[in-house]
Structures are given as structure tokens and as C-alpha cells.
Design a protein. Structure first.
Length: 280
């Protein structure tokens, strides 16, 4: 396995990204600084996480050069109309104190509002203007992807989707990969809304490989060509989540993990992309 993912425009992303949802304030700055010091180089935020300023402050305080830190943020549903989207991208950059985004995604498609095509056009134009290096989407299904590709002629570089063993989204992963789109996983370790880390199968695999259930899940994503976005507040967990490159899962063990899928019942918050109205 190479030590990076290559996007369809030739850009490279690290194998693991650091998530920042619910990380805020002075404690958040320290958490992000620790993550950077521990080796993370991709930070994932969003306007609706209400912490872009914190992420920007952590970057400014870091001794790591800006060009070595990849920053992702996301367009909120309230700003899908073209002019609003352009303004929102610029305002996010001002909040972060950055000149450009490495990655910028449409957070949810919101098909009931039906403005995601013009939102995508805004990202396409912002990329041309140098405001964004890699453009993408989040929680888009194949029908949403095909519509924006047909309308603009531009294929997203990234699609970030909910993915964990209780909701593996394997068909959606393949649909994206067939289109040359890198899949990133959110809720990679299932959050506190389920018992994923206590699952007997993952516990047994952890013992087999001398790893934690979380490390097994992260490795499962990597071996499926998916970039896991993981969050951890403690140094121990931050380092633990990166310690996944000294083993490989057997194909039968990957099948065991795939078999944990619960379908729609496995979603951590029941957020179906065709129904969910983001913070509406």
C-alpha cells in the first residue's frame, strides 16, 4: 500500500484524516496541535461544526508549514445557491485565516431543495480561481454524482460518506470508485451511538492481530481503498489510530467485518441523503 491516496486530478492525500466535529475552543486548539505533532496532516472541519476559527488558530500556532497541512471544510445546506456558496467559501477562509482550502466539500445534497447542482458549479469556479485545490462532496449518492458531473463536466475528487462496519455502504463505495472518486469515511468508529467498539467480532479480530477494535476498523477501511477520518482527543488514541500500518487483514476477516452490516438500521443518526435536511 502506498503511503498516500492519489486523487483524480493528481493531488495526494494522507492515508488517514483527523476529524474535528465537537472539538472547540481553547481545548480544541490544544487537541489539534497535539494531532499535528502526532503526525496527522489532514484536518477535517465544516462551517456547521462551528469550529473553523479554532482549527485556523491551531494551524497558526503550529510550527508545521501551512503547505504541509491539508485543510478540509464543507458548504452548509443554507448556502447552496450559487452566490451564497461563493460568499460562504470566502467567509470560511476568512474564519480560518487561510488563503485557500486543500479540500472543500458540499456537506449534504439536500435534493428536496434542489440547489446542489449550482452549489457544485460554485465549487468548480472557486477551484478555477485558486480558492480550493480539491473539490468534492459529502453524502452524495450515485444519482447525485451523475447529475453534477453531467451538468458541469467535472467529477468530484472526494465523496465523504458515513461508513463503519454496522453500515459499510460497500455498494456506494464501489460506485464512487468506479467514477474515480476517493471515498472518505465519517463516523468511522461508530461514535457513542452504537456499541461498535464492544462488538465481539471486532474484539476477537483485535486479539488475533494484537490490535484494538478501532485499529481493525481503520485498517478495514484502508484495505478497501477508503480514507478514514478519525477523531480522538487523547494523545494515546491519536497515536493508536495511526498505528495501523504493520499488519494486513486476511480476506476472510474482511468478509467477517463486512457481515456486521445492518443496512439502513446501522446509520448512526438515521440521516438518509435523500431525506436529510441539514440543520434546517
Amino acid at each position: 500500500m502506498e503511503n498516500y491516496f492519489t486523487l483524480n486530478n493528481g493531488s495526494r492525500l494522507p492515508l488517514i484524516g483527523f476529524g474535528t466535529v465537537n472539538i472547540k475552543g481553547a481545548k480544541g486548539v490544544t487537541t489539534i496541535q497535539n494531532a499535528l505533532n502526532n503526525g496527522y496532516r489532514q484536518l477535517d472541519t465544516s462551517t456547521n461544526y462551528q469550529n473553523e476559527g479554532m482549527v485556523g488558530e491551531a494551524i497558526r500556532r503550529s510550527s508545521i508549514p501551512r503547505e504541509d497541512i491539508l485543510v478540509t471544510s464543507k458548504l452548509p445546506g443554507a448556502n447552496h445557491e450559487y452566490d451564497k456558496a461563493i460568499d460562504a467559501i470566502q467567509e470560511s477562509l476568512y474564519r480560518l485565516g487561510l488563503d485557500y482550502f486543500d479540500n472543500y466539500l458540499i456537506h449534504w445534497p439536500l435534493p428536496k431543495q434542489d440547489h446542489y447542482v449550482e452549489a457544485w458549479q460554485a465549487l468548480v469556479d472557486a477551484q478555477k480561481w485558486g480558492l480550493i485545490k480539491n473539490i468534492g462532496v459529502s453524502n452524495f449518492y450515485p444519482e447525485h454524482l451523475d447529475r453534477i458531473i453531467e451538468a458541469t463536466g467535472v467529477t468530484p475528487q472526494i465523496n465523504q460518506i458515513e461508513r463503519h462496519p454496522y453500515f459499510n455502504h460497500n455498494e456506494i463505495v464501489k460506485a464512487n470508485q468506479d467514477r474515480g472518486i476517493l471515498v472518505e469515511s465519517w463516523s468511522t468508529l461508530g461514535r457513542k451511538l452504537n456499541d461498535l467498539m464492544e462488538n465481539e467480532t471486532l474484539q476477537a479480530l483485535g486479539k488475533k492481530y494484537g490490535k484494538t477494535p478501532g485499529q481493525i476498523v481503520i485498517r478495514w477501511n484502508l484495505e478497501n481503498g477508503v480514507q478514514p477520518i478519525v477523531k480522538a482527543n487523547s494523545n494515546r488514541h491519536q497515536l493508536e489510530n495511526l498505528d495501523v500500518f504493520d499488519f494486513e487483514l486476511d480476506s476472510d476477516d474482511i468478509k467477517q467485518i463486512d457481515a456486521l452490516d445492518k443496512g439502513e438500521a446501522g446509520r448512526v443518526e438515521g440521516q438518509h441523503p435523500n431525506e436529510y435536511e441539514e440543520f434546517d
